[in-house]
Design a protein around this ligand. Structure first.
Ligand code: UN1
Length: 477
């Protein structure tokens, strides 16, 4: 089998390799991918540092052309890359193709942003002096991505990093190297100069750590677990390095008595269980007012009954497998915890077997949960949802906000008054009205508050806040 290698200083570099396994069919090896060393990482950082002066002064047209070319190739290959994504991560083929299209759109967006870079010219408070405010790139950006969005998250970190003139060392999640390799190959062939984008696949404890330890990495953008995020923060402070963290969520979806039942059920089923619940924007707490509670539980469980859990590549599958054995164990441990805490298992909870051996778990709904239970406070990152009964809107809002996280917060209601009040008072970076908490646009800011995020927003024009540093220049005229 070919080994997909790391790209360091414009060369594909060999190393040990690890198997990329298909979670829908654990007999299938998707490919062999390099397992980079600390030395490889140091070389990649040195190559990125050497490439920075020329790239940061490269014309915006060159950046536009390369990003546009990459976006076009991803779109042209959406079915093939979508299938690769579904094979390595386990989300369904339509979801995987949708994510691939999103990656292409992100490259298109930042290809455009490269042409819209601008500053400000402001009069000084002193006579005969002009003030200019411009943005400089940071330098070498370290990019660390999670396994749940194998193409979209790399795209929304790599595209802005390059757009604003930075060079990159990119470490994808060990579980899903294939899509990352593919987009690095696409960008490399699109004409990026040597060393501008370096790919080091490998272990977090080796490659990630070498990035954290390097004084030559000027910024790190990370999406992943809260624990690793804290390590990125601590190590970055030591080097006075800029960092951006996107971590967990325990996103609430409030359902009020006046909600349109179909809209509420669709939003809850999508938020809680699609992509196997493996989204930091997933809604894992349904907070439902008394008047609609029983009707909503009946309608949601009837909906769950119709959802097919099977091989991600099979037509008709709604929910693919859990990503790997370790995550499956976390999910089943939490199901046990939910039972012991006294929540009522209203649906699912069981492992299932399918034609191909994989990590198949039923969508699992606990009702009669309280917001104090561990299943309602801790991020599970699987298809496991707690449903909490509340008296009225006021209690629903208070419960929604009573969490260490603050990424996305949803409400299903037909009341303009409650929707407006909720938008103003939800303690979250994103608020969704009559929509799932997950599934965001590619051209507007993404991010949260409290324990979910740290640093500037990602995506849209707000991405510039992280990937650039502001310079104020004064000139005596
Ligand atoms: C989405 O819900 O469309 O890791 C995107 C995650 C998020 C991305 C969610 N950073 O799940």
């Amino acid at each position: 089998m070919t080994i997909y290698q790391n790209l360091i200083g414009g060369e594909w570099i060999g190393s040990d390799a690890t198997e990329n396994i298909n979670p829908s069919d654990t007999n299938e090896v998707v490919g062999l991918y390099a397992d980079g060393s600390a030395e490889d990482t140091k070389n990649a950082i040195a190559a990125a540092k050497a490439a920075f002066p020329a790239w940061s002064r490269s014309g915006i047209w060159e950046r536009h052309v390369i990003l546009k070319k990459a976006g076009d190739e991803i779109m042209a290959r959406k079915d093939e890359l979508g299938a690769l994504l579904a094979r390595e991560e386990g989300k369904t083929l339509p979801e995987a193709i949708g994510e691939t299209i999103r990656a292409s759109q992100i490259f298109e967006f930042f290809a455009g942003e490269a042409l819209r870079l601008a500053g400000e010219v402001i009069p000084s408070v002193r006579p005969n002096i002009g003030v200019e405010i411009t943005r400089d790139p940071l330098g070498v950006i370290g990019i660390i991505t999670p396994w749940n969005f194998p193409i979209a998250i790399p795209a929304w970190k790599i595209a802005p990093a390059l757009c604003y003139g930075n060079t990159v060392v990119f470490k994808p999640a060990e579980l899903v190297p294939a899509c990352s390799w593919a987009i690095v190959d696409i960008l490399h062939r699109a004409g990026l100069p040597k060393g501008v984008l370096n790919l080091v696949m490998g272990k977090g404890s080796v490659v990630g750590q070498a990035m954290l330890d390097s004084p030559d990495v000027s910024g790190i953008t990370f999406t992943g677990s809260t624990g690793t995020g804290r390590r990125v923060a601590a190590a970055s402070l030591e080097h006075n390095r800029k960092f951006q963290l996107e971590m967990g969520g325990k996103n609430p979806m409030v359902v009020l008595d006046d909600a349109d039942l179909d809209v509420a059920v669709e939003a809850a089923a999508n938020s809680g269980f699609f992509s196997t619940g493996q989204r930091c924007t997933a809604s894992s707490r349904l907070i439902v007012t008394e008047g609609i509670h029983d009707k909503f539980v009946a309608a949601l469980t009837a909906k769950l009954e119709t959802l097919v859990v099977d091989n991600a590549l099979k037509a008709g599958t709604h929910i693919g497998p859990v990503v790997d054995e370790k995550q499956l164990k976390t999910d089943t441990d939490y199901i046990e915890i939910g039972r012991q805490e006294g929540a009522k298992l209203a649906f699912g909870g069981e492992l299932i077997s399918r034609e191909t051996p994989g990590f198949y778990l039923q969508p699992t709904l606990f009702t009669e949960a309280t917001n104090e239970m561990r299943i309602s406070r801790e991020e599970i990152f699987g298809p496991v949802v707690s449903l909490i009964r509340v008296k009225d809107y006021e209690e629903a809002l208070a419960t929604a906000n009573d969490t260490p996280f603050g990424l996305s917060s949803g409400i299903a209601t037909t009341s303009l008054k409650h929707a407006t009040h909720f938008k103003r008072n939800a303690e979250a970076g994103m608020v969704m009205v009559n929509l799932p908490t997950a599934g965001v646009d590619f051209h507007v800011p993404f991010g949260g508050r409290k324990g979910s995020s740290y640093g500037p927003r990602e995506q849209g024009k707000y991405a510039a806040e992280f990937y650039t540093t502001v310079k104020t220049s004064y000139t005596l005229a």
